[in-house]
Design a protein around this ligand. Structure first.
Ligand code: FCB
Length: 446
């Protein structure tokens, strides 16, 4: 059994589900542009239509209700609200999220809003994007507009989703929009994402009385592939790269010294002002954690990510997008967070898995692997709660199959199956299982 007020939810993100890419005055985002770059996204797929949620959201809210969700984590499309990123607000854009919020509240589903889930207005990328320090002010203007409109009814706010991914895949490896390959730009982007979080927190508190504000990080245990000195150092480096860089800035007001020295020897990184770090470390109400897998790494001088290579684990199970199924990593991570950073509350803002789901002849979508995955992770979450981690809620990724970024529509993470040609929604067996968990507020034996 989970605590009586445990927040059971599901998560999505605007660009991954909405479609309506050019409707009602929406501006272009960096993902709209990136999808048109040949070879950037699998099969040249785009989010133009996605799950057509822009038109079907009312039915989807009914579906959430049927599943018994207590909370729904969704993101606001910045270019829908501010087509040019800053300047005139598009009333139709804000109206869309306003109606959605009211429908959720009417259905007794608590809205958890993510303000930035990767769809920067292209107009702002044209002015330099996140590597530009001006981005901090752009984000503040956007947060002001959204929270003024919704802050009376929405009380749970996530500033950013996975700043590591935004910065490193967007500006260093170029695997995500806007597709740049410049490590210095990536570290500037990461810094400005964090700083803009720090600036957004007081805005949200002002416009949304009683608001609970946090940020979501992609966090993962990093294990060495062997006990050699080189692999142990590689694991520590990768941990610094993915986890500590963000956690220490947010919870200690300083970037980790070992990583500053490591990066500084490779690239001309700027000095990060202490005053910025003080603003980044503004107290928040919760930490959002996205957990999917662990990384087992070895030292590799040519490895693209801080000279490491992620290795396959023999005998382990892998999901359809090649992530190791490793539930024990979840409690390991949560206990570490409690021990080292002591966030006042934690939400698992994403957890889930892609499998090759398909409807059978009767139209049933059986996804036993998803049930096994979710069950094992929920048991680890429960273990962490019992050990004293202030874990307050769980959001499965995702409510429905959707546009999985550079992988297009090939990866199905939903508890609801989407038949893209007809846009029919079919609740997977895993979705029914999750609804039972919510109803029981826990997991039954067997
Ligand atoms: C996370 C993203 C989310 C989704 C899952 C599978 O990194 O936040 O949008 O793509 O991975």
């Amino acid at each position: 059994m989970f605590p009586h007020d445990f927040m059971w939810g599901a998560a999505t993100a605007a660009y991954q589900i909405e479609g309506g890419a050019r409707e009602d005055g929406k501006g272009e985002s960096i993902w709209d542009a990136f999808c048109r770059v040949p070879g950037a996204v699998r099969n040249g797929e785009t989010g133009d239509v996605a799950c057509d949620y822009y038109h079907r959201w009312a039915d989807d809210v009914r579906l959430m209700s049927e599943l018994g969700l207590r909370a729904y984590r969704f993101s606001i499309g910045w270019p829908r609200v501010l087509p040019e990123g800053v300047g005139p607000v598009n009333p139709a854009g804000l109206d869309f999220y306003d109606r959605l919020t009211d429908a959720l509240l009417a259905a007794n589903i608590r809205p958890f809003i993510t303000l930035y889930h990767w769809d920067l207005p292209q107009a702002l990328q044209d002015r330099g994007g996140w590597p530009s320090r001006e981005s901090v002010g752009w984000f503040a203007e956007y947060v002001e507009a959204v929270s003024r409109r919704l802050g009376d009814r929405v009380h749970d706010w996530i500033t950013h989703n996975e700043p590591w991914v935004v910065a490193m895949l967007g500006y260093a490896s170029g695997l995500h929009a806007p597709g740049q390959r410049d490590p210095v730009a990536a570290f500037l982007a990461a810094h400005h994402l964090l700083l803009s979080h720090g600036e957004a927190v007081p805005i949200l508190r002002r416009n949304s009385p009683g608001a609970r504000v946090g940020i979501t990080l992609n966090l993962t245990p990093i294990h060495p592939a062997s006990n050699t000195e080189a692999d142990l150092a590689a694991a520590r480096r990768k941990d610094g790269f993915v986890n500590r860089w963000f956690l220490e800035a947010l919870y200690r007001g300083a970037y980790p010294a070992d990583m500053l020295a490591y990066y500084g020897a490779l690239w001309p990184l700027p000095d990060f002002p202490a005053a910025d770090l003080a603003r980044i470390a503004v107290p928040t109400d919760f930490l959002g954690v996205n957990y999917y897998t662990r990384h087992v790494v070895s030292h590799d001088p040519r490895g693209l990510e801080v000279q490491t290579q992620t290795v396959h684990v023999e005998g382990a199970e892998y999901t359809h997008n090649d992530w190791e199924v490793y539930p024990a990593g979840l409690s390991e991570l949560l206990l570490r967070l409690r021990g080292e950073y002591a966030p006042p509350a934690v939400y698992l803002t994403e957890n889930g898995a892609a499998f090759l789901d398909a409807p059978d002849a009767n139209g049933d979508v059986n996804d036993p692997h998803r049930i096994t995955y979710l069950r094992a992770h929920l048991l680890e979450a429960h273990k962490a709660i019992t050990a004293g981690v202030p874990l307050r809620g769980y959001f499965v990724w995702s409510l429905m199959d959707n546009f999985e970024w550079a992988q297009g529509y090939s990866k199905r993470f939903g508890i609801v199956y989407v038949d893209y040609p007809t846009q029919r929604r079919l609740v997977k067996t895993g979705g029914r299982w999750y609804a039972d968990v919510i109803r029981a507020n826990g997991i039954k034996d067997g």
